[in-house]
Design a protein around this ligand. Structure first.
Ligand SMILES: [Fe+2]
Length: 229
């Protein structure tokens, strides 16, 4: 079965055509300062928790589209000279929506790929201590995380953020993140979860809680621990 046939099966014939178009099946990357890095692991490495096709589409189509559209949005402006983190931090209410959405999309997905891995397990060291202090236990932390993930209406992200020695769970709509100047709750992301349907629909359909539970099998706690510092 090729991808087009799969999408027709998954979404129905007419929706399949729409999905095919929205994934932007163009082979080349748009010119510009921002680049799509390869996934730091094989696309099938997170199976069965996150399937290979979802990873290929999520990275190669969705993330790529954020990068391409960001390059278009900043073309000819001073923003084209900024690194992605500085650009994301600068996002405020006056920032053009195309920059806000696509800079956030690029930063968020890059961050997400780099906290994932086939390892699973549990937090260690100072991060484990901080989680136990704040939430009582890792299990309680996972419960609170699940509540935030299911409470986020529509598309968005769930975050564990750090402010000094304090950590907390927060969530953002669309491709916003806690680094942005306009974020209601700011902090440095330590862990993040994409709860857009494109992150889980092929395998989990509307069952976001199952995807959120499966996520714990593919968190690389060594990398998350480094984000905590
Ligand atoms: Fe995503």
């Amino acid at each position: 079965m090729n991808r087009s046939e799969f999408l027709k099966l998954a979404f129905g014939a007419s929706a399949g055509i729409v999905a095919f178009r929205s994934f932007g099946f163009s082979p080349s990357q748009a010119e510009g300062p921002f680049k799509l890095a390869p996934l730091p692991f094989d696309a099938g490495a997170l199976e069965p928790h996150i399937d290979k096709m979802t990873m290929e589409i999520h990275h190669g189509k969705h993330h790529k589209a954020y990068v391409d559209n960001l390059n278009k949005a900043v073309a000819g402006t001073d923003m084209a000279k900024m690194d992605i983190e500085a650009l994301v931090k600068s996002v405020n209410a006056g920032t053009p929506a195309a920059v806000r959405n696509n800079a956030g999309g690029h930063w968020n997905h890059t961050f997400f790929w780099n906290i994932l891995g086939p390892s699973g397990g549990a937090p260690k060291g100072a991060l484990a201590d901080a989680i136990n202090k704040k939430f009582g236990s890792f299990d309680n932390f996972k419960t609170e995380w699940g509540k935030a993930a299911t409470a986020r209406f529509g598309s968005g992200w769930v975050w564990l953020i750090k402010n000094g020695n304090d950590i907390e769970i927060t969530s953002t709509p669309n491709q916003d993140n806690p680094l942005m100047a306009l974020a209601e709750k700011k902090g440095t992301p330590v862990l993040g979860l994409d709860v857009w349907e494109h992150a889980y629909y092929l395998k989990y359909q509307n069952r976001r809680p199952e995807y959120v539970t499966a996520f714990w099998n593919v968190v690389d706690w060594n990398k998350v621990g480094k984000n905590f510092g």
